[in-house]
Design a protein around this ligand. Structure first.
Ligand SMILES: [Zn+2]
Length: 412
């Protein structure tokens, strides 16, 4: 038995003499963009919180040790655009097209999912009770300005009520981080105006899926007149709404970025195309935040999951540290939750461990068109509130030959 095996065995039995930490991630390359950290360090967790970051923390000081050498250790990933209002019984995004958070989040390195308007001010309490309060994943939400959210009756003008939305957002201020509009097709600004009115009263951002261009609805007016700094334009590489003009990024997008409008990748099932993204990235028009627009359609097609979308951005030439920033600290700032998205000592211990694999990988877009890349991020471990929720290769476990198991081996 090697010394480290003995330490691990003792640790697994809770016998470590000076176990001041519950968990120690040893030897990983820590990337914490908020704190400007990008180097090999150990990370110790105690009581569900980040306890210490240092060059060498002795394994004997922790009850459980995971060797993460050769891997990247980052703040828990935050997906700012997901759909997790499952179980309503409807064939809709608020329903069969949503996934339950814990069934998808941790295995993809995500510790916080922000639902993007699947529920509105009428059905948010049902969403909370049925899904959010039962999940281990931290779930936050943009509240749809439509009362019923993304289900039957979405975008009925009579049901888009800023006063009711404000009331509901205040009653659930612990979870609601903004207002959402989506899939609107009428030739007017009713959805945008009502959402921004609610956003103003709440001092929270509005996230926009701009629906269809119709009548006076055009991208320059939305981005330079209607939206406020801090509001979020999602699906920014979709190309459906003049994001690209004559092969160039719409000047309104560049002007909007200067005035503080936020751009969300929002991949989804039909919102990310290489013929839009490649020229935009060549102009260095990068997303502020990277997100999945997770639903059963996108996850089983080109989108797949958050690390896959991050890998696409990485292969378009954005440095890894910036890709991590777009999936952690930038998101926390945009949703005004500065307690999230970093590894400050004392912060809740939401941590993701990623492998950066090198090889030849195909990345299909929403049309099935493929970009070939040479790097791919793979989620190795996911830790939420200090507890391991995903461990792809059993790095925190011990070899079966020395595992104490529970004896006698009987069902409880
Ligand atoms: Zn969406």
């Amino acid at each position: 038995m090697t010394r480290s095996t003995i330490v691990l065995l003792l640790a697994s039995l809770g016998l470590s003499a000076q176990a001041r930490y519950d968990l120690l991630l040893k030897g990983g390359h820590v990337i914490d963009p908020k704190n400007g950290i990008s180097k090999v360090m150990d990370v110790a967790v105690a009581g569900g919180k980040i306890a210490r970051l240092a060059a060498d923390i002795p394994a004997a000081e922790a009850k459980q040790v995971a060797n993460v050498a050769g891997l990247y250790v980052t703040p828990g990933l935050i997906d700012i655009h997901a759909h997790v209002y499952a179980g309503t019984g409807e064939r809709a995004i608020a329903g069969d097209q949503s996934v339950y958070p814990d069934g998808f989040s941790f295995r993809t390195g995500v510790t916080t999912m922000v639902d993007a308007g699947s529920a509105g001010w009428r059905n948010f309490p049902d969403f909370r009770q049925r899904v959010i309060d039962r999940a281990r994943t931290r779930v936050l939400a943009f509240l749809n300005i439509s009362g019923v959210g993304m289900s039957k009756g979405e975008n009925d003008p009579k049901d888009m009520d800023p006063a009711e939305a404000v009331k509901m957002a205040r009653a659930h201020a612990d979870l609601i981080v903004g207002i959402k509009i989506a899939h609107y097709a009428r030739p007017d600004w009713l959805d945008v105006d009502r959402a921004v009115e609610a956003g103003k009263q709440l001092d929270l951002p509005v996230m926009v899926d701009f629906g269809k261009l119709a009548g006076p609805r055009n991208l320059p007016a939305l981005l330079t007149e209607k939206l406020r700094p801090g509001d979020i334009y999602s699906h920014c590489y979709a190309g459906w709404r003049d994001e690209l003009v004559d092969g160039k990024v719409n000047p309104a997008m560049i002007a909007a970025r200067k005035r503080g409008v936020i751009f969300d990748l929002g991949h989804g099932g039909a919102s990310f195309f290489w013929f839009v993204a490649v020229p935009a990235f060549q102009e260095k028009f990068y997303p502020d935040v990277i997100s999945t627009d997770l639903h059963t359609g996108s996850m089983n097609a080109g989108m797949k999951d958050q690390p896959n979308v991050m890998s696409k951005v990485l292969n378009l030439g954005v440095p890894l540290k910036e890709v991590i920033r777009m999936s952690t600290w930038n998101v926390a700032r945009v949703i005004k939750r500065p307690a999230l998205g970093h590894l400050d000592v004392g912060a809740e211990a939401d941590i993701t461990v990623l492998a950066l694999e090198r090889g030849r990988f195909g990345f299909p877009d929403s049309a099935g068109a493929v970009l070939t890349g040479d790097r791919k991020l793979v989620p190795e471990m996911t830790i939420r509130k200090g507890a391991i929720q995903w461990d792809l290769n059993g790095r925190a476990g011990v070899d079966w030959k020395v595992h104490p198991y529970r004896k006698p081996h009987r069902l409880p």
